[in-house]
Design a protein around this ligand. Structure first.
Ligand code: FAD
Length: 462
């Protein structure tokens, strides 16, 4: 080990890479990390963090409108996009510096450079024009928006990366995609006053989430004024004489907008990194293939986070980093646990969810009980906002274990985090029933749904 420059070299300074570098350095390993763009990676620079800040920004018009029912008069409010972008930039610059400092503060070395594998123990640092060696190498290079070269006029389109930093707020936008990024941005732009159309090829937005929530969110978004066109794709995008974009859809309809944002998936960053030359196995989508300990087919090369295309979420990349440290440096082989991950969609209203959807549970269990409540949350009584909250528990009838919990409504993401604990612990509906409610809250509904709304037996609703 002493023959190498480092015990660990990490490629990629995002959520997973920075965590691994920091923790390895803090236990006395000689660590270096290379980041080609900005420390903090997707989550901090152009993902979760700026996204959530923009979600907050986009919610103010509803807060202003709701205030009237509570006796407030809000004088004509106005919004300035450049101020939001500049304030967001300040915040992510602050976080970026913290990420870098956290590694350096425990003795890790940081490089602002692209890194390319030369052999199983050597990495070439492009910006420094030199090669360094390490006993263990961790690849945490994340992913990027999937391009759409087959779309005529795709060069006129933007991705989530660019959407954060547009010079001016568009008057109208078309967003293509039905995943959480597309849905969240549709709500953000709509909230900021942009005429928004979401175009999705599938039959319902947010596949893999509970169908009840998907439908309810779809309806609510439409009620707010977002146009959602399902079973639809764009076929051609072109600039018109007014400098706007015309989009021809598969339905034959033409939209005229100022921006077209593509959110049709993300692909792993594995190109031109020397992986093939070194013999690191890649899967069909170009993702790095790893075992349950995040080890590649090459003994001393590991990969974590989005580049492995397992579950593309920040806390998952961080968990994978911690398991890697246990396995590689603490003599405690720890397999990554991807089971029962609580997650949120920061749509408006928000989704918070953990465990199996009704359809998924019905496929896996002979009989399930569904506890479902749809109600107007108290905050919408005086505001007069016609928006319902939906809560759903999916329970295995045989064991009474709670298999899934799904919420649509204000603060659903916060609730999902807490629901992740009982579901991960495998608690039963009985445990929910004997838990005292917190009153008056919306969440109390989760422990006061005593009778199943319906059951699903062998896939049939009864
Ligand atoms: C718009 C958007 C919103 C999101 N919202 C959420 C959310 O609300 N909650 C959530 O949990 N997740 C969210 N995510 C997903 C989350 O950001 C990712 O899952 C997470 O950042 C993955 O971390 P990572 O360490 O694998 O990769 P990344 O954070 O992508 O970091 C990889 C880093 O490697 C660098 N790099 C790549 N190649 C090289 C190279 N050869 N040499 C040097 N450096 C290199 C890149 O520049 C990048 O900084 C969102 C993503 C997007 C795009």
């Amino acid at each position: 080990m002493a023959g190498y420059d480092y015990d660990l070299f990490v490629i990629g300074g995002g959520s997973g890479g920075v965590r691994a570098a920091r923790v390895a350095a803090s236990v006395g390993k000689r660590v270096a990390i290379a980041e080609e763009y900005r420390f903090g990676g997707t989550c901090v620079i152009r993902g979760c963090v700026p996204k959530k800040l923009y979600v907050y920004a986009s919610q103010f018009p509803e807060h202003f409108a709701d205030a009237a029912g509570y006796g407030w008069t809000v004088p004509g409010a106005s919004f300035d996009w450049p101020t939001l972008v500049a304030n967001k930039d300040k915040e992510i610059a602050r976080l970026e510096a913290i990420y870098k400092k956290n590694v350096e503060g425990v003795g890790g070395e940081t490089f602002h450079s692209r890194a390319v594998l030369v052999d199983p123990h050597c990495v070439y640092l492009v910006a420094e024009d030199r090669t360094v060696s390490a006993d263990q190498i961790l690849i945490a290079t994340g992913g990027r928006p999937a391009p759409h070269p087959a779309l005529a006029g795709h060069e006129h389109c933007i991705f989530s990366n660019e959407a954060f930093d547009l010079k001016e707020l568009p008057k109208a936008i078309m967003i293509e995609g039905g995943g959480y990024i597309a849905v969240e941005f549709a709500n953000i732009f709509h909230g900021l006053g942009v005429e928004t159309t979401l175009v999705y090829r599938g039959k319902e937005i947010l596949s893999r989430f509970d169908m009840d929530l998907r439908r309810s969110l779809h309806e609510t978004m439409e009620k707010k004024g977002i146009t959602i066109l399902t079973h639809s794709i764009s076929e051609w995008v072109g600039k018109n004489p007014q400098g706007r974009l015309d989009v021809l859809l598969s339905s034959g309809k033409t939209l005229t907008v100022d921006q077209v944002m593509l959110a049709i998936g993300r692909i792993p960053n594995t190109e031109n990194m020397g992986l093939e030359g070194v013999g690191v196995e890649l899967g069909k989508t170009g993702a790095i293939v790893v075992d349950e300990f995040s080890r590649t087919n090459i003994d001393n090369i590991w990969a974590i986070g989005d580049v492995t295309h397992r579950v593309q979420l920040t806390p998952v990349a961080i968990h994978e980093a911690m398991c890697f440290i246990e396995t590689a440096f603490k003599g405690n082989p720890t397999a990554v646990d991807h089971d029962t991950i609580a997650t949120a969609v920061f749509s408006q209203p928000e989704i918070g969810t953990v465990g199996l959807s009704e359809d998924e549970a019905a496929k896996r269990f002979p009989e399930i009980e569904i506890y479902r409540a749809s109600f107007r949350p108290m905050r919408h009584t005086l505001s007069g906002r016609d928006e319902k909250m939906l809560m759903k528990l999916i329970v295995d009838a045989a064991s009474r274990k709670v298999l899934g919990a799904h919420i649509l409504g204000p603060d659903a993401g916060e609730m999902a985090q807490l629901l992740g604990i009982p579901l991960k612990a495998g608690l039963t509906k009985h445990d929910f029933d004997r838990t005292m409610a917190v009153h008056p809250t919306a969440a109390e509904e989760l422990v006061t749904m005593y009778k199943p709304t319906y059951r699903v037996k062998n896939g049939e609703r009864v």
